[in-house]
Design a protein around this ligand. Structure first.
Ligand SMILES: Nc1ncnc2c1ncn2[C@@H]1O[C@H](COP(=O)(O)OP(=O)(O)OP(=O)(O)O)[C@@H](O)[C@H]1O
Ligand SMILES: [Mg+2]
Length: 353
């Protein structure tokens, strides 16, 4: 989307979710990454609805607070539109085309794939390499487009917070990038089929990887907000307070059996259902491993109930497992937030393209 393909100087990774804005800054030292700074800044309810920004001012305020809290000095950022708001197509073009000719060809072909007038979309493309099937004279070109309003809302949210949106990615590509960070900790063969389930506040996304590449993705409306609402109702508190208790504990004993356990079961059921959809749509009837990400991966016992329900080895995503951590950051806090920071990490990796 203009800057999708550009190589760039260090950028902050900024993931705008429905519960929080997540910021990650990575630095490369030798062949390792270091977490330089990070922040998770809660968003007011309905500022982001199912991944779409509906209250620009609230989002930009949260970005500003995240920047401040993280103490980062960077002013440039990579952020993403949701995959559900992006159109991606792989085109096959003549490899001898010059840059301008290629752009012309892409625009020509784009008309046929994009159901909007081209002036209403941000369009970008990236040459992916020689076309599969082997004709040496052809290259695969990834075309990505999103409506201007999706891109502009994000550019504005950052610029109102004093940042420049240097890279506009798609969240699923950022996740694919971040997958490389957790691959070493998965063990097993590199050709494994791995399912990642991101359970956020309102959306649960199943992404299946084969050899590190996404082969399937599916969104469901389910997430931790349901648990927050139940806590608020049962224990008569407002949402903010409920969310604090949800994360930090300290609720009466009845919470565990009457609220948390049913939620865990609902979560496992949702995961199972998503997996069944994948099996139905592919030649698979199992996956080698399941990785859980998103804020709800931090719920006690989440990986156990999911492992049971799916009969699949399940681990919690930690994109920082191979990284060193700046002395400014509290390691324990980072460990707690880690599963929710996959996308933000994938975006921060754009610094090193
Ligand atoms: N340690 C924890 N224990 C329980 N719940 C948690 C914990 N940490 C975060 N959550 C819950 O996870 C949710 C936030 O997850 P996440 O940050 O992945 O969501 P998001 O990306 O903002 O939302 P979405 O992806 O749905 O747009 C909230 O409902 C929050 O209450
Ligand atoms: Mg999310």
């Amino acid at each position: 989307m203009g800057s999708f393909t550009k190589k760039s100087a260090p950028v902050l990774g900024i993931d705008i979710g429905s519960a929080a804005v997540k910021l990650v800054e990575l630095k490369r030292s030798g062949d390792r990454y270091q977490v330089e700074s990070y922040a998770v800044e809660p968003l007011p309810r309905d500022a982001v609805v199912e991944k779409n920004i509906s209250d620009l001012e609230a989002v930009s305020r949260a970005v500003r607070s995240a920047v401040k809290r993280s103490q980062t000095k960077l002013k440039e950022a990579a952020t993403a539109v949701p995959a559900s708001a992006a159109i991606s197509r792989t085109l096959v073009l003549d490899s001898s085309l010059g840059e301008e000719e290629m752009e012309g060809q892409v625009n020509l072909q784009a008309e046929q794939y994009i159901p909007y007038p081209l002036e209403e979309v941000n369009l970008d493309f990236e040459v992916r390499g020689q076309a599969a099937g082997g004709d040496a004279g052809e290259v695969e070109v990834l075309l990505v487009a999103s409506r201007n309003e999706n891109v502009e809302a994000r550019v504005d949210a950052l610029s109102d917070a004093g940042l420049t949106a240097k890279v506009m990615d798609v969240d699923s590509y950022a996740l694919e990038n971040a997958f490389e960070l957790i691959r070493p900790s998965l063990g097993g063969e590199s050709n494994q089929t791995v399912a990642m389930i991101d359970i956020g506040a309102t959306v649960t996304t199943l992404t299946v990887f084969e050899q590190g590449q996404i082969v399937y993705t599916r969104d469901q409306v389910f997430g931790g907000r349901q648990l927050t609402e139940e806590i608020a109702r049962r224990f008569d508190m407002d949402q903010e307070e409920a969310e604090r208790y949800q994360k930090q504990g300290g609720l009466p004993d009845s919470y565990e059996s009457e609220v948390l356990q049913p939620f865990r079961e609902a979560m496992a059921q949702q995961v199972n259902r998503s997996m069944q959809f994948f099996f139905g749509a592919s030649h698979h009837s199992s996956v080698d491993q399941l990785v859980i990400a998103g804020g709800c991966a931090g719920i006690d016992g989440a990986s156990d109930v999911i492992a049971d329900a799916t009969s699949t080895e399940t681990v919690v995503a930690n994109p920082f497992s191979q990284m060193s951590v700046s002395s400014r950051i509290k390691p324990q806090q980072l460990a707690g937030d880690a599963p929710a920071l996959m996308t933000a990490c994938g975006l921060a990796l754009r610094s090193f393209d």
